[in-house]
Design a protein. Structure first.
Length: 296
């Protein structure tokens, strides 16, 4: 007789009970506890803002010592306040983001932004550039770094604008790149390259400044203007004036448009109307003027 036979049916029943209890504990306690303790840092942050979990503060702060994403959200709590159990201290938020800036580009951007505008730290443009460089894989950081470099190092600014444009389709980036090529500030003046980027800015975002430059470049390229040239340039000017809510380009284009004959102006408006109708909904212009309070 085997040892299993000698133990009898009681052994089998006991084993089933033990397995059942273990399975019940795992289903009711173990797995929910594991999922609760290992939920994402962003989820914990959301719970802190809504007060829906009592232990989110402890878990998030504890995790922040080893997890840069958790540290980022502790920084957000310190910056904006409103998190249960974490006091609002903007200067400490900057310190936290500074500590993780090399691993979290959004944190690097936030530190750069704070230094650029003197928020929570003394204003320091050099420090701003340093941290924007760390986060320059983000289009926002590359853009802001480019804007700080443009006046005295346009070639470097063009490099960072181009880096941002490769990652995000923003008409403002396209216009900036076109402008640096047009003026030659970043090296040799390249009108063909400028037209390419102005056209992209015009098509993607229907920017009035890009529309204006396309008309202006056409006029500039012609020694003698034919009626067709006048209509073509006029169509860009009509569009620039039409989409500009501030009225700046209406004033800029008025002298040229008033010089067109009634027939030329009618044709320019017809071309402009068809072009605008074909573009559909323009992409939003992002000026990158707000901090990151969440991670993707």
């Amino acid at each position: 007789m085997s040892s299993q036979d000698r133990m009898g049916p009681g052994w089998f029943i006991f084993a089933c009970v033990v397995i059942g209890i273990a399975g019940w504990w795992a289903f009711k306690v173990g797995i929910p506890r594991y999922l609760h303790e290992n939920r994402s840092s962003s989820q914990m942050y959301s719970e802190l803002m809504t007060g829906s979990s009592d232990n989110s503060t402890l878990l998030l702060v504890e995790r922040s010592e080893r997890d840069p994403k958790a540290a980022f959200y502790v920084g957000v709590c310190r910056w904006r306040g409103g998190c249960s159990g974490i006091e609002q201290k903007p200067e400490e938020a900057v310190q936290i983001w500074q500590r993780i800036a090399e691993r979290v580009p959004e944190a690097a951007f936030n530190v750069g932004y704070c230094y650029e505008f003197g928020m929570g730290v003394p204003q320091d443009t050099d420090k701003a550039k340093e941290f924007y460089r760390l986060g320059s894989d983000l289009p926002a950081a590359a853009w802001r770094l480019g804007s700080l470099l443009e006046s005295f190092s346009p070639q470097e600014a063009l490099r960072f604008y181009s880096k941002a444009a490769a990652r995000e389709e923003n008409p403002l980036l396209a216009y900036k790149i076109g402008w640096l090529h047009y003026t030659g500030a970043a090296g040799v003046k390249n009108v063909t390259e400028a037209q390419k980027w102005f056209t992209k800015a015009a098509k993607v975002g229907i920017l009035p400044e890009a529309l204006f430059m396309l008309g202006y470049i056409h006029l500039e390229s012609k020694a003698m203007l034919t009626p067709d040239d006048r209509v073509y340039a006029g169509s860009w000017f009509v569009m620039a004036a039409h989409v500009d809510k501030d009225g700046v380009y209406a004033k800029k284009t008025a002298p040229f448009l008033s010089s067109l004959s009634s027939d030329e102006l009618a044709k320019a408006k017809e071309i402009a109307g068809k072009w605008l109708s074909a573009q559909g909904m323009p992409s939003a212009v992002n000026t990158y003027d707000s901090m990151f309070l969440a991670l993707k």
